[in-house]
Design a protein around this ligand. Structure first.
Ligand SMILES: NCc1[nH]cc(CCC(=O)O)c1CC(=O)O
Length: 329
């Protein structure tokens, strides 16, 4: 995608146009950003402009088979480069780690709980992963969730699930699955926190890079927009996300590969744990690095290099070949 961004006209009275996908979750997230900005800048005007993305339209193919060349972001990025919108609100975990020329990750908002949730069918409300019956069907479109859960619970079966969060819950309640794995953050933002039956601990499943945080993408050089969105950035979340994204970028992993992370920030110590797992759940390499939050991206690169030395690249190469052969979900 070439950058045909023309110089942006800065003016304190210019209406700021916010780009968003049309899914309920995307709109809840975007209207929250609009509200935070309106509180911070009561004299400014912020408008929401919605767009459908390819990922919203292709619903009959597993995400892993489609790949993730900006599946949920490309149309919004074209809108920014064409000056139709001024910035875009993304679930950070859906924003590729390499952005088109002329665009940048301008701000990261405070992270909700980044963990995954087990959402059970009503007939299994008393169960845990290890007490679900042999062959119980778990719905997920995430190879990251599938690989880790196969590693810990080989007695379970896994089936792809597509559609937005509401659609997935409808499929569960209709009996198409015995349980789903979804992000706690997405359920909570939709007012469906009561559907979280178990929060999955990091020891079982490391979450997706950027999960639980919003990423605000804007044009490089648009200093006016950058100053506005920086007002709602959460610096600790940003540092954690930069480390996580650098880790994923260095492994050349996309949003659809079994790479998981967990980060924490205590005082001036940033801790990053990362893993890469094979799709059959037989191999999993995991390690942890710590350092200063100012070195977040270097930490992510260091961890990726450590996991390479433990066999991560061979696991990923095998997965890419399996995806090419259509041997996943
Ligand atoms: N593309 C799916 C997607 N993108 C972001 C979220 C949850 C919200 C977040 O991680 O911030 C979800 C739903 C899910 O994984 O259950």
């Amino acid at each position: 995608m070439s950058s045909n961004a023309s110089p942006t006209v800065s003016s304190p009275t210019r209406t700021i146009r916010i780009g968003s996908r049309k899914s309920q979750l995307a709109l809840v997230q975007t209207y929250w950003v609009q509200e935070q900005l309106q509180k911070a800048f009561p004299d400014r005007t912020f408008e929401v402009h919605t767009m459908s993305t390819q990922g919203d339209k292709i619903l009959d193919v597993a995400l892993a088979k489609i790949g993730d060349k900006g599946l949920f972001t490309k149309e919004l990025e074209v809108g920014m480069l064409n000056q139709e919108i001024d910035f875009a609100v993304h679930s950070l975990k859906d924003l590729p780690t390499r952005l088109p020329e002329g665009l940048m990750l301008g701000a990261v908002t405070e992270r909700e709980n980044p963990a995954d949730a087990l959402v059970l069918h009503s007939k299994y409300k008393d169960k845990q992963f290890d007490t679900l019956p042999e062959g119980a069907v778990i719905g997920t479109s995430s190879l990251r969730r599938l690989a880790q859960l196969r590693y810990h619970f080989p007695h379970l079966a896994f089936k792809d699930v597509r559609g937005n969060v509401i659609t997935r819950l409808q499929k569960l309640d209709a009996g198409e699955y015995d349980a789903l794995v979804l992000a706690v953050a997405g359920l909570q933002r939709l007012g469906l926190g009561d559907r979280v039956d178990r929060v999955i601990p990091a020891e079982i499943s490391l979450h997706a890079v950027g999960q639980g945080a919003l990423g605000i993408e804007c044009r490089e050089g648009d200093e006016e927009v950058l100053s506005l969105i920086k007002a709602i950035e959460d610096v600790p979340t940003r540092d954690r996300a930069l480390a996580e994204r650098a880790f994923l970028r260095e492994l050349e992993g996309g949003c659809q590969v079994p790479i998981g992370v967990n980060t924490s920030l205590e005082g001036d110590v940033l801790t990053l744990t990362g893993m890469v797992a094979s799709l059959d759940g037989q191999r999993l390499v995991k390690d942890t690095v710590t350092g200063a939050p100012t070195e977040a991206e270097k930490l992510g690169i260091e961890l990726a290099q450590r996991l390479r030395q433990q066999g991560a690249q061979e696991i990923l190469a095998e997965i890419f070949a399996q995806i090419q052969r259509g041997q996943v979900l």
